[in-house]
Design a protein around this ligand. Structure first.
Ligand code: GAL
Length: 669
């Protein structure tokens, strides 16, 4: 896999957002560019939803307004990320090709009048989308405003899986390529179970609604197929652009917010990684998931700088209760992305829409206009980004990797698991938050990646772990690494079949154990474990206990209560030059602190005594380091650092006070 590397030709850190001027009269555009200059906007994404305006009838193009728009932006020093409008085909498309609509799992054909309704497997959509992408590239490939291309919008959202006839035909072709023979398919899917054996390719359907649960291996393959179909659409459009244009091409991901695209694979196709991120309002600590998403984005980008393509200046419009950002929160969010590797900070969207489904979504220029808190903060942020131009291109370094595999997520989320309380996202969040609170900067990695650069590898949720990946982790431990594995890991192979040798068998050498039996707990039941690794302390647990079969591992904590009372709960195993830790139950973020302290000590990972609410990340440049500090607490916090705060110009010689809710970026020598 290659990592994205090219960066659009824009000086400094890019600043801006989605710009949809077709929703406004022409006079408004002049005001827009004037205000963009005032705010320091340098990059806008245009055309993402403009198909109906650009091709009002099939094969008939109207580029006059786009010509005018690109010229105007260029004349005002605003660079353009030109969208291909293929997430929202025009009404004529659905009228002409009604069979190109998406069909849901339950057999409902999705109507037009929204966005994202076209079948990615239908040849009419594939042709029409490549054609409009090519037509745009032919016309604007040489336009001086256009510095990059933005294909489609958030692949997989709102539509991922498609059960239309065109998709089912494509699925059979995909299966024939993958398995070649029906015998191989029958073996991989375990079709001997419930008499599902197939004798003809034409009899293999998509896993649409059925009387009860479906074959999980079939569903897992359908998830892979769906992702492949979406990627093929991206590649088709990218190829059409490349015939006429050579600027970098991206598509906006939603790391850790959408689930049906495998970003390790997608990142290899884009020239530059970009990501959208929206705070989840019900979560008062949503900035922790923001940091997780940003670290995941940087990791799929191979450590290269990336673009924050969308976030919001204040509330969104699509959650149950759309909580507005508090004063200063948008700046904290923006700098947290920057600290974790973003070299461009963009929003959805520039000017709030008066009509349509998103009129209550915040924007850089709100309905209230320039006499508003949001606008003042937007202008202030533009100034900050100008002052931080030198940060561009610097890198984040991490000693710890957290394993993240979309295939494992897809498999774990299928039906009929031992406990619905065991969830990939919940475990990912808990372990990430522990590391975040301990100020340990992490990368994410696929379990098959080369992990040798990391002192510690954490596996919060590795339900599906192939033999090859398990061997990779075992070699990592043998060579001196510290590995921490959480329960319900290394359970199944790539076909969602339980590993030969039982639960956890592929990691037996690394961890010194297997799992004899799962002992899930009743909803709301709690228990405790006694930790004896150094200090002795009792820690609360819930949801799950494993009955472990120890094969060399030493017990560091034992169950005091619950279905596995008296048995080993947390273990440590020396293997080769390294150590394998195992946690067989669910610990919350607070309880994990005790375990992680011991794990950090084994791995040689140092933790600071900074307040948990002070987020600190360092970007390393060629000539200087940049320490980005974000205070999520209400009280001022002290940060030991020497250098110049680039946001204020004030020099600090050893200790910087970051005000409650405030931010600082210190250039150290
Ligand atoms: C994003 C999408 C934007 C806009 C935004 C609103 O997911 O890409 O077009 O809809 O959500 O939050």
């Amino acid at each position: 896999m290659t990592a994205a590397t090219s960066w659009p030709r824009i000086a400094g850190l890019a600043y801006g957002g989605d710009y949809n001027p077709e929703q406004w009269p022409r006079e408004t555009w002049d005001e827009d560019v004037r205000l963009m200059r005032e705010a320091g906007v340098t990059l806008v994404s245009v055309g993402i939803f403009s198909w109906a305006m650009l091709e009002p009838r099939e094969g008939e193009y109207d580029f006059a307004w786009m010509d005018d728009l690109l010229d105007l932006l260029h004349a005002n020093g605003v660079a353009v990320d030109l969208g291909t409008p293929t997430v929202a085909p025009p009404a004529w498309f659905f009228a002409t090709y009604p069979e190109a609509r998406v069909v849901t799992r339950d057999g409902v054909t999705l109507g037009a009048g929204s966005r994202g309704m076209a079948s990615h497997s239908h040849p009419a959509y594939q042709d029409a989308s490549a054609r409009i992408a090519g037509a745009l590239a032919r016309r604007y490939g040489d336009h001086p405003a256009v510095v990059m291309w933005h294909v489609h919008n958030e692949y997989g959202v709102p539509v991922g899986e498609d059960y239309s006839p065109a998709a089912v035909d494509a699925w059979r072709v995909w299966l024939r390529t993958r398995y070649v023979s029906l015998d191989a398919l029958n073996a991989a899917w375990g079709t001997a179970f419930w008499g599902q054996r197939y004798g003809e390719w034409e009899h293999v359907g998509a896993p649409a609604a059925a009387p009860t649960t479906l074959n999980p291996a079939q569903r897992l393959d359908f998830a892979r197929f769906t992702d492949d179909q979406l990627r093929a659409c991206f590649s088709r459009e990218k190829a059409a652009i490349r015939e006429h244009a050579d600027q970098p091409v991206t598509t906006n991901f939603m790391a850790h917010q959408s689930w049906n695209v495998d970003l390790w694979k997608w990142a290899a196709l884009v020239d530059i990684v970009s990501d959208d991120h929206y705070l989840w309002s019900p979560d008062p600590d949503a900035h922790v998931l923001l940091a997780l998403a940003a670290d995941l984005t940087r990791s799929v980008a191979g450590g290269n700088p990336w673009i924050l393509m969308e976030h919001s200046t204040s509330g969104v419009n699509w959650q149950g209760r759309n909580i507005s950002k508090r004063p200063g929160e948008m700046r904290r969010n923006s700098l947290a992305h920057l600290g974790r590797g973003a070299d461009a900070i963009l929003f959805f969207q520039w000017r709030a829409s008066r009509s349509g489904a998103e009129k209550f979504h915040s924007a850089m220029l709100p309905h209230a206009g320039t006499e508003s808190r949001v606008w003042r903060e937007v202008v202030e942020l533009g100034g900050h980004l100008r002052d931080l131009a030198d940060v561009r291109g610097s890198r984040v370094r991490a000693d710890v990797a957290v394993l993240y595999d979309w295939e494992s997520l897809w498999a774990q989320e299928l039906d009929w698991r031992p406990s619905e309380d065991v969830q990939f996202r919940e475990r990912m969040r808990a372990f990430y938050e522990r590391l975040w609170r301990d100020h340990v900067t992490v990368d994410f990695a696929h379990p098959g990646h080369d992990l040798s650069a990391y002192k510690l590898v954490v596996a919060p949720a590795s339900y599906l772990l192939t033999r090859d990946s398990a061997a990779n982790l075992t070699r990592y431990v043998e060579a001196g690494g510290t590995l921490l594995v959480n329960f319900f890991s290394a359970i199944v192979d790539e076909n969602d079949a339980v590993h030969d040798g039982g639960f956890g068998a592929p990691l037996k050498d690394a961890l010194g154990l297997t799992v004899e039996e799962f002992l899930p707990m009743r909803e709301g039941d709690t228990a405790a474990v006694r930790w004896t690794g150094g200090e002795t302390v009792d820690l609360p647990v819930d949801v799950w206990q494993d009955h472990l079969a120890l094969a060399g591992a030493e017990t560091v904590a034992e169950y005091l209560s619950g279905p596995a009372a008296g048995k080993a709960a947390i273990t440590r195993h020396e293997h080769g030059e390294g150590v394998g830790w195992y946690v067989g139950t669910r610990l919350d973020v607070d309880a994990l602190a005790t375990v992680m302290r011991a794990v950090y000590a084994d791995a040689g990972v140092e933790i600071s005594g900074l307040p948990a609410t002070l987020e600190v990340v360092t970007r390393h440049g060629a000539d200087a380091d940049f320490v980005v500090a974000i205070n999520h607490g209400d009280d001022a916090a002290l940060l030991p650092v020497a250098g110049v705060n680039m946001l204020t110009g004030v020099e600090t010689d050893g200790e910087l006070e970051v005000p409650g809710g405030g931010v600082a970026v210190v250039r150290t020598a």
